[in-house]
Every structure is written in C-alpha cells, then in structure tokens.
Design a protein around this ligand. Structure first.
Ligand code: HEM
Ligand SMILES: [Cu+2]
Length: 558
C-alpha cells in the first residue's frame, strides 16, 4: 500500500500545504525574474522603479516565508504520520491550523499586492524583514501573526501525536523523522517568541495608529532574535531530507542515527543566541554581545560540518553498494539520472559554497566590507534559495507520487530542472558576490550611480549585470519546469499502488547505539532557554529600562 492508501487524511493535508507552497513559488519566482532584469538594467518595462520595494517584498515574503513554511508543514505532516504510523489525532483541529495559516497568508499577500493597484491605500513595501521605520498596512502584520500562530498549533499537533504514540511505545527511541520534526519545532517556538512580541506588541499598534512613535532598535533586535533562527527553520527540514531521504536516494543507508540527533540538538541550542550577527553595524548594542554572537555563530559551523561528513559518508556507502570504487571514482556511480537525487546533491554542493560566504558574513570585522551589499543576496540564494529551495523541489519528485498515488511524469524535464537551477544560480550568485565586493548595494532598483565608479577586482560591472540577468532567467525557466512537472504528475500521472520506491532502509548505526540522553527533550530545551537568556536579557533590559520612562523610546499612546 502506498502512503495515500494508508493515510488518506494526512496525504490530503500535506498536499493542501504543498499547493499553497507551489503557488507562492510561482508568484515569488516571477517577481524575482522581474527584479533581476530591472536592477541590472536589462529590461525595465515591467514596472516603475517606485514599485521596486513592493515587488521585493512580494519576492522575499512569498519565497522565504510562505513557500518554505507551507512546504515544511507538508513535509512534517508526511514524516510524523509515516514514522509514528498514525494519522493526525483530530482532523478538525489539524485543518484549523491549516486554514488559520491560509487566512493569515491571504491577508499578508493582499497587503503586499495592494501596492501594485493604482490608487490603493493598502500597501506593504516593507521587505521581508519588515521592521520600522518602513511601515505596512495593519493587514500585513495581522496576517503574519496568524501564520505564526498556525505554525505553533501545527507543532502542538505533532507533539500530541508523539505523546499518544509514547503511551503505546514507552521504551522505544523517538523515530528519527519525528525526532527531527520535534526539535525543529522546539527551536521554532523559542525563536518565534521574539517576532511575536515585536509584531503584536509594537508593529500592530503602531500600524493602527494607536502609538505614533517607535524606537527602531527594539523591534530590530526582536526581529533579529528570530531572524537568524528562522534560517535554520528553513534549513533543518533540508537537513531532514539529506539525513533521512538522500541516503536512500543514493542507494545507501544513513551513516549514523546518533549524529543526526546531535546535530538537531546543537541547532536547537545555538540557533537563537546568534541574532546580533545581523546587527554588527547597529549602534546601541555593546560589542561584547556582538562578539558573543559571533562566537556562537561560528560554533554553528560544527553541526554543518558534521552534516557534511555524515551525508557524504551515506552517499559514498550508497555508491559503493552500486559498485563504486576508488577514492573519488565512486561519485560516478551515484544515480545522476534521478531528479530527486540530483536536486538534493547539487543543493548540498551549493550549500557548501554558501557556508564559505557565510563565514565572512559572520565575522564581525570583514562583515563591514560586504554589509548591505548585493553580496548578501548572493549568499542567501545559495543557502535558502538553493540548499533549501532546490532540496524541497527535488524531494517533491519523490514525495508527490506517494501523496497522490501517481507516477512522476515528464522525467526528462524533471532531470533537466535541478541542473538548470545549479547553472542559473552559479551565474547569478557568483556575480552577486563579486558585485557586492565592489560595493554594489542590495535592495535598490537603481544601483548604477552614474557619478560613481564601482571597481571590481577583476571583470567588469556590465559582465556581472549580465550574469545576474542571464542566471535569473535560467532560474526562472528551471522553476517553471518544476511546476510543470508537478502539475502534470498531480493531474495526469499514471495511478499505481507503488508509484515510487518509498522504502527507507535502516541506518548503518541505528538508534540502539544512540545515547538515551539525546532524547531528553526537557534537558535540551532548558539549555537552549538558558543560552537565550544569557544573550538577550541584559541588552533587551537596557533597551527597555530607560525607554519605558523616556518619551519616544517605546511606542506611546497618541
Ligand atoms: C527565479 C529565481 C530567483 C531570482 C531570479 C531571484 C532574484 C533576486 C534578486 C535579483 C534579488 C535582489 C534584489 C535586491 O536586493 O535589490 C533577490 C532578493 C531576494 N531573494 Fe531571490 N531570486 C530567486 C529565487 C529565490 C528563492 C528561491 C528564494 C528563497 C526561497 C529567494 C529569496 C530572496 C530573498 C529573501 C531576497 C531579499 C529580499 C530583500 O532584500 O528584502 N529568492 N532575489
Ligand atoms: Cu544570520
């Protein structure tokens, strides 16, 4: 029996989440295409430069916040159901979090798209980081708040399933797919507290006009309290795929169950105290705390290195099972003709490159060299824009047949798609990094500055602009190919009892070798909270203490 036949309710829910994710991907991707052509001066006919921030907000919010979040919800529904072998406990509750998220997302999107309607007073050109002084229509913030509450309810749903399962299996280890889900959600609970306080306590009252003045540093700090951890909320589900599914797609087995758990625990503990690394250039936060954030950020390279090792070891095992030999020659024996495998593997390669530029972002001193330049989008199109997005697209080729009971259609197009993404991103991201080093700013529709010469270390500005535009175009074609294959499979794929080989083999070193302490949820949450308090209580207190009494520091009634 396939997943759809065994768990029809969960399959329906996962598909509903994927549907929203893919619509967001289409719209957000088209905005990205338009931006790439516009800011490189290749074609400016789509819209006026004054609307650039509306588009950029649409692009960032729809891709980095909506596509990711809805896809992750669908992925986790699949994984929890499959690994605990039970449907969600109460479908009315389950659908209520889904619909809450959809309503919230609709409000936020209306606020953003309103900016494109001439004469409309509804606007939200505040970018996906949405902190003041840019101000959006209240719908934007209220919608975001509803989406966050929806994700909290989804997390509670999975904890509930887990606790029910625990009653029947008192001494078993938490199944690995559920373990990864729960730890990702725990991290999400810790980090979303910051943004929830920011949105509900400061931004909504401010956008409604209940308070007239707002101190920029406090909401910025609360945003970045959340804003780095959110990248791990995107990344951990990609790790989830690389740990649990990629070894299988390579024809092998996961190398180590314990290492997988250790990595997720480190992310729970360290993800949030690093937020100031986005505020190196902000006044009002002491250097000591920025330094602490730098240290914890660099420590986070450790779990990524462990992942690199564990995932490659699993892939090598797979390739050797398929007859691969030699130090590196085994790589040739990997299934380079399987779209799901190719997408995940290339996403991993790009993530390694993103890790290198990330080390530069993270270092307090050299960060100043690239701060707010187009280098930064160069970096995160490798990480969230490829490591995460391409992994999600690739695993869809393997998941969608399970959820729909239909075989993948148009395999050749599906295979071209990840290679095209890799090529397009190599051009676009590399040129963005180089242009950033020459000082080209991000977030502007007019980066030419005719009175000013950007001096690249090598090559020319014109050549970089073209690489960004051509890379962006190839990416857009790749994205359309993906959506085409998805639509064709979903609507017209051949029905089958076993549309895809969905068996996941046991790890080489399984949970029986895993220390029990790794499953001690309370202990790890306590350590995570302690580190957050260490990083944030003093600076936040400093911001609020005099502010409560100083007019203009905190929002005050108008
Ligand atoms: C068709 C593929 C894509 C193209 C052509 C594209 C293009 C661009 C360009 C040119 C910018 C820089 C704009 C500026 O700073 O002025 C940008 C920003 C951004 N992109 Fe993409 N992108 C694509 C895919 C993605 C994906 C898949 C994600 C995430 C999942 C993503 C997330 C972002 C974010 C968060 C920003 C920053 C927005 C801001 O600064 O507020 N992009 N994109
Ligand atoms: Cu960060």
């Amino acid at each position: 029996m396939n997943f759809l036949q065994r768990y029809p309710k969960a399959a329906k829910l996962a598909k509903a989440n994927f549907l929203v994710a893919f619509i967001a991907l289409l719209l957000g991707g088209l905005f990205g295409f338009i931006q790439a052509l516009h800011r490189t001066d290749v074609f400016r006919g789509f819209f006026d430069s004054s609307e650039y921030y509306t588009l950029l907000t649409g692009h960032g919010v729809l891709l980095a916040l909506v596509f990711t979040t809805f896809f992750i919800m669908g992925l986790f529904v699949w994984g929890v159901t499959r690994s605990l072998e039970r449907e969600p406990e109460n479908m009315a509750y389950t659908w209520s979090w889904y619909w809450l998220m959809v309503v919230g997302l609709t409000m936020t999107s209306v606020a953003i798209l309103g900016g494109l309607v001439p004469g409309s007073s509804i606007r939200a050109a505040v970018l996906y980081t949405f902190y003041p002084p840019l101000q959006a229509h209240p719908l934007f913030y209220i919608g975001l708040a509803l989406v966050i509450v929806g994700t909290w309810m989804a997390g509670a749903d999975w904890f509930r399933s887990y606790l029910k399962w625990r009653k029947d299996h008192p001494s078993e280890r938490i199944p690995i797919l559920t373990f990864m889900t729960l730890f990702t959600m725990l991290m999400w609970y810790v980090c979303t507290i910051g943004v929830a306080i920011e949105v509900v306590g400061l931004l909504i009252p401010w956008s409604l006009g209940w308070v007239t003045e707002i101190e920029p540093l406090l909401p910025r700090t609360l945003f970045w309290y959340f804003g780095h951890a959110v990248v791990y909320f995107w990344l951990l589900p990609a790790y989830y795929v690389w740990y649990a599914i990629l070894p299988k797609l390579s024809g092998g087995r996961l190398f180590s169950d314990s290492m997988t758990r250790v990595v997720f625990i480190i992310f729970l503990i360290l993800s949030t105290p690093v937020g100031y690394h986005h505020q190196y250039a902000d006044p009002g936060i002491s250097t000591a705390f920025k330094f602490y954030a730098m240290a914890t950020t660099l420590l986070l390279l450790l779990p990524s290195m462990i992942t690199f090792f564990t995932v490659i070891a699993s892939m090598e095992h797979g390739a050797r099972q398929r007859g691969g030999t030699g130090r590196l020659a085994w790589i040739k024996k990997l299934p380079w003709d399987s779209p799901a495998f190719v997408g995940c593997a290339l996403a991993g390669v790009m993530f390694a490159a993103g890790g290198f530029s990330g080390m530069i972002n993270a270092s307090m001193n050299i960060n100043l060299l690239i701060h707010n330049t187009i280098w930064v989008p160069g970096h995160f199109h490798l990480t969230v824009g490829t490591a995460v997005a391409l992994t999600f697209m690739a695993v869809t080729y393997w998941l969608l047949p399970q959820l729909t009971g239909r075989k993948l259609k148009d395999k050749t197009l599906a295979l071209i798609q990840p290679y095209a993404w890799f090529l397009g991103m190599t051009l676009m991201s590399n040129a963005m990094h180089r242009a950033g080093l020459a000082g080209v700013p991000r977030r502007t529709s007019e980066p030419q500055y005719t009175q000013f010469d950007f001096e690249p270390v090598f090559g020319t500005m014109a050549e970089m602009q073209w690489q960004i535009a051509i890379g962006g175009t190839i990416l857009t074609i790749s994205l359309l190919l993906f959506l085409w294959v998805v639509a064709r499979t979903w609507l017209a794929g051949e029905k089958s009892d076993r549309p895809v080989d969905d068996h996941i083999p046991e790890p080489l070193s399984g949970p029986e070798h895993t220390p029990a302490v790794l499953d001690n949820i309370k202990l790890w949450v306590a350590i995570a909270v302690a580190l957050v308090l260490l990083a944030y209580s003093f600076p936040l207190w400093e911001m609020v203490a005099d502010g409560v009494f100083e007019p203009g520091f905190l929002p005050r009634p108008s």
